[in-house]
Design a protein around this ligand. Sequence first.
Ligand SMILES: CC(C)(COP(=O)(O)OP(=O)(O)OC[C@H]1O[C@@H](n2cnc3c(N)ncnc32)[C@H](O)[C@@H]1OP(=O)(O)O)[C@@H](O)C(=O)NCCC(=O)NCCS
Length: 261
Amino acid sequence: MVDNPNLETNWQDPLQPPILANNQVHVWRANLDLPTAEINQLATLLSTDEIARANKFRFPEHKRRFIATRGILRQLLGNYLQISAKILKFEYSDRGKPRLAASISDSSLEFNVSHSQEYALYGFTHHNQIGVDLEYLRDMKDAAKIAERFFSPRESQLIASLNSEQQQRIFFKLWTAKEAYLKAIGTGLTGSLDGVDISLDQAGYPSLLAINGNITAAASWSMHHCIPAINYVASVAIKTNIIKQQMNFWNWDQDLSIAQN
Ligand SMILES: CC(C)(COP(=O)(O)OP(=O)(O)OC[C@H]1O[C@@H](n2cnc3c(N)ncnc32)[C@H](O)[C@@H]1OP(=O)(O)O)[C@@H](O)C(=O)NCCC(=O)NCCS
């Protein structure tokens, strides 16, 4: 059975850029394979270092997707902060996690981005660490082997007990939840995947069970699962006990850019 993105998640088309309340989390999905005119328009929002990065891609498709991912991120941040997307500046942690430069804004806005093939997913919230991971469901014939090596013993036993079609879906569900947490804390994959123990409830919904064996530490995190498109799976990790109803899932559209862009 193919997971249906529109049945699992209520993706909304905002009529205007939405306001992010303090107790909300906004998740945006965007298709990156945009017409050339839109890519060119988004490229005008990028800084010189981002353009230099874009120019290093060997394949034009990868360059276009990088421009789209960054340009859309700038548009969304510009909308939330009510400032020009062009003048936004990023700083990077020692592991490469982007954040808003202090010189640009003293905003409490936190964000994270993930992209895979032709989609990008963005998460925004106030005050709390947030991490997002999106994966394209590719063939994973060795899912059980990888899980045995990198997942917790409990997770790898779960994967081993499934048939190959279920293995792929559950593998990526667990993987994205782990990576979303590791991206929220900023270590990325330099952090330990097997120390992030994910459990799935009866409906297959993931939550953070333990961090390096610590159940109390895990309880201050919330994990959300979504399907941005057919054959994609994603997770969003937030350091908060925020409940599901406070999540909003939005479709990005070029028309959402505000006048100051
Ligand atoms: C972060 C990381 C997990 C991304 O993995 P991925 O599945 O290929 O990529 P995703 O699409 O999920 O995420 C990429 C985005 O996450 C963000 N990001 C980059 N580093 C990050 C980090 N350490 N933590 C959280 N987010 C990060 C960026 O916005 C990046 O987008 P960009 O490539 O357009 O700049 C992986 O690159 C990693 O483990 N990095 C840390 C390792 C390290 O030490 N790198 C040194 C470079 S400074």
